[in-house]
Design a protein around this ligand. Structure first.
Ligand SMILES: NC(=O)c1ccc[n+]([C@@H]2O[C@H](COP(=O)([O-])OP(=O)(O)OC[C@H]3O[C@@H](n4cnc5c(N)ncnc54)[C@H](OP(=O)(O)O)[C@@H]3O)[C@@H](O)[C@H]2O)c1
Length: 227
């Protein structure tokens, strides 16, 4: 049975990705910092650790699959901070360091013909301050990764969502006005769902997507055009 590891798989987009991969018949492990949240995801294994902490990532390796067919680096988010430097570093840690540490730790376990899918953001192309800059760095690093892993027929891509509701991403910061503004920027006049993102990730994870690598694929209802 093919295996998958989905970081940040306890909530929102990561949870939907984990469930979509279970539907595809994969043996899925979800990770995140809150064990009690992970435990509520059905039909998956779960391992709690902080993906930004090198020692915690190392310690988790014993509990993660010995062969990984699909790695989805989804953990991350927009982090606030008391001052400029701490906010920039916190967003870099949450989105870039987590992705790099987990990928480097699991790279020796990636199966030939495996898949690495990193979750970026529309903010990486459109602005978004320290968070957007961190997601842009994820895109740049994924281009290198595709080159490194390509020799083993492993693909590496970024899936870049726009506004996605039904997640913990916005906390209590979302207002009706902001929501309507973001929806108004789409071409189809609706917010995205975690399932919209999961459907693309599931395709990229499949055997049909072996010649798609080094790409940034948007799921944003046309709110930003990748042309
Ligand atoms: N929702 C959107 O509109 C949107 C748009 C563009 C991109 N994204 C990206 O999509 C991804 C998923 O976010 P989401 O929208 O589904 O929000 P979410 O519900 O907040 O999911 C983020 C997940 O990542 C985990 N996580 C965060 N930091 C972690 C760390 N240091 N170590 C381990 N796990 C960590 C969280 O669990 P714990 O707190 O338990 O660790 C949580 O389950 C993120 O990378 C986000 O930047 C979201």
């Amino acid at each position: 049975m093919r295996t998958a590891v989905v970081t940040g798989g306890g909530t929102g987009i990561g949870r939907a990705i984990a469930l979509a991969l279970v539907d595809q018949g994969l043996d899925v492990t979800v990770t995140g910092r809150r064990a009690e949240v992970l435990a509520q995801v059905p039909n998956v294994k779960h391992v709690a650790f902080d993906a930004t902490d090198p020692a915690a990532v190392e310690a988790a390796l014993d509990s993660l699959p010995s062969t990984v067919d699909v790695l989805v680096n989804n953990a991350g988010g927009a982090v606030s901070g008391p001052d400029t430097k701490s906010r920039w570093l916190a967003n870099y840690e949450s989105n870039v360091i987590s992705t790099v540490l987990v990928t480097e730790a699991l790279a020796p376990r990636l199966a030939d013909h495996g898949r690495v899918i990193n979750i970026g953001s529309i903010a990486g192309r459109r602005g978004g301050g320290s968070y957007g800059a961190a997601k842009a760095a994820v895109e740049a690093w994924t281009a290198d990764l595709a080159g490194e892993l390509g020799k083993r027929q492993i693909t590496a891509n970024v899936v870049s969502p726009g506004l996605i509701v039904d997640t913990e991403f916005f906390g209590d910061s979302m207002t009706e006005e902001r929501l309507n503004t973001l929806i108004g920027q789409t071409k189809n006049g609706r917010a995205g769902t975690p399932q919209d993102v999961a459907a693309l990730v599931a395709f990229l994870a499949s055997e049909h997507a072996g010649h798609i690598t080094g790409q940034v694929l948007a799921v944003n209802g046309g709110a930003h055009l990748g042309r």
